[in-house]
Write a protein that binds this ligand. Structure first.
Ligand code: SAH
Length: 216
């Protein structure tokens, strides 16, 4: 689908809206201004693509609200060439933002249909990531350690395996909570034994579930 002047205009308005809501990171705003979000949505939702809302993407999952994507990306504080693990590939929109921020992106998805679809789709748009079908709770020990980790589904607790795969000096951004809302956590790994944890307001995510093979 074409990226028309109309789409570009709506995207600019979305960026202005995100600035008004407090997003300051120019690189993050630039990425959102660049990525054609309408191409990540089913045709039924295309006209709403630049509203600041989450939308269904199939398999009972959603593409995160642009503000949430921007907020998490800003908290992650990416530097060029950092190695990032994303839990919850979904539509690939967040992964596209991370790769535009020059990160080396590893992204895990537990829904096979979404994994297959996004693995095909994202490189066609020019965003190259490492796509993995698997359980985000376990992370990716084979590619660890990571400079940054971002969880894009609501985790009931901070997954220990992920923390172990974070570099000392690294940061993890994770919405924690098992109800309808989660509290955004920034976990900074100070040393192998010490983390600094700060919280950054309530958000609403689809739940982080266990490995599909466990029957969830
Ligand atoms: N980052 C995505 C957001 C998708 S919603 C985007 O930009 O579109 C969250 C995603 O997390 C869903 O696709 C869901 O299937 C996935 N998910 C849930 N639990 C998971 C787990 N344990 N491991 C990996 N992915 C998981």
């Amino acid at each position: 689908m074409l990226d028309s002047f109309r789409h570009q205009g709506m995207r600019k308005q979305l960026v202005d809206h995100l600035k008004e809501k407090g997003i300051k990171d120019q690189n993050v705003l630039g990425a959102i201004n660049t990525i054609p979000r309408h191409q990540f949505l089913d045709t039924a939702f295309v006209n709403f693509a630049y509203q600041d809302k989450a939308f269904p993407i199939g398999s009972g999952q959603t593409i995160s609200q642009p503000f949430t994507v921007a907020f998490q990306s800003q908290l992650l504080d990416l530097k060029p060439n950092e190695k990032v693990l994303e839990v919850g590939t979904g539509s690939g929109y967040q992964a596209a933002v991370l790769s535009l921020l020059d990160a080396e992106v590893f992204t895990i998805e537990r829904q096979r249909d979404l994994f297959l679809k996004t693995k095909e789709f994202l490189p066609k748009l020019g965003y190259n990531c490492m796509f993995i079908y698997g359980d985000g709770y376990k992370g990716l020990p084979k590619f660890a350690p990571f400079d940054k980790i971002i969880i894009t589904c609501g985790a009931p607790f901070i997954p220990e395996d992920l923390l172990a795969q974070l570099k000392v000096g690294g940061k993890m951004v994770a919405p924690i909570g098992d109800g309808n809302t989660q509290l955004m956590h920034l976990i900074e790994k100070i040393s192998e034994k010490e983390n600094k944890i700060t919280t950054h307001g309530n958000f609403s995510f689809v739940p982080m579930l266990n490995d599909k093979s466990n029957g969830n």
